[in-house]
Design a protein around this ligand. Sequence first.
Ligand code: SF4
Length: 364
Amino acid sequence: MDETGFTRALLGWYDANGRDLPWRRHPEPYAVWVSEIMAQQTQMDRVVEYHTRWMGRFPDIHSLAEAHEEDVLNLWEGLGYYSRARNMRRAAHLIEERFGGDFPSDIEDIRSLPGVGDYTAGAVASIAFNQREPAVDANVLRVFARLLDMDIPVRDRAGRNMIEDAVRRIIPADRPGDFNQAIMEFGALVCRKNPLCETCPVREYCRALEAGTVPLRPVLPVSRQPIRIDMATGFLVHEGCVLIQKRKLTDVWPGLWEFPGGCVEPGETSEQALRREYLEEVELAVEPVEKITVVRYSYTRYRVTMDCFLCRYAGDPTEPVFNEAVRGGFVRPAELSGYALPSGHRKLVDHMLADMRFSHLFTD
Ligand code: SF4
């Protein structure tokens, strides 16, 4: 490959087509880091929305380090993978302690921060500090698998190493951050899953196009089958309030709030599972009154179908005992916007707000 010609063509395309993102205008280390953590697993238009809100609320390392975890999680709600938000707060503390509040510029120091891997460290080092470090994400893997016509799985260590070496060789000294962003942007907009080869600005450098192997690249590992789970949850209303509980730090979705419920066991109906889960989790006898909706959501390999019920006490009201949670209690439904909920439970609340059968529960 004529590496200089390729780099020039790619950067020329990026200068004309790169998206105008807030952190690109002023690539301060903190803003770049926040954007890169948010962009993991999230579409760019949503990242812009969340990034703008985040920078308004936590404009620097110090304000993030000082923030309550609950406030950080609330602001993060909707992005999923909450460990990212927790790690950012921990990282802010570490930056205050170890680096006097200044974002570190050394790549090893950046990589030592909680939640920062090779990709994020390379992205921050190159974009915010102009260092010739590769930042290899899924877009970059796909683009280079095609440019180099690689016939090995690019997500395996060997494939990834080859691509990191290739990027390291050609990344220009004067615009390393722009080069990394250009490759990612190019992967998102042109060399997509279904690539736009006809109008590709670097088609003359693409070995897969020349060999007719574009549809075969990248070679992916055999994918693992998703696991399907049935769940039931209950919205227990008593004296105008609903019962919620805060998950333990050792659980999936640690520290988030939820309505009690759990997996439907083999041979159980959703209603039976709900009654059992309420007894086990909060020692309350409840009766499902009405099915609210069925919520579907995914996390990692799991595909969850959750039956959601409006509930009431089955007998005289008693105090809940939180066996599976840190704490909990009854809150007014209108206050639920102030609690960080897992996506499935937030979908339930959104559905109730839009459903006239239940929306009255949310008025004070
Ligand atoms: Fe990607 Fe097609 Fe361009 Fe090759 S020619 S880099 S496959 S868009």
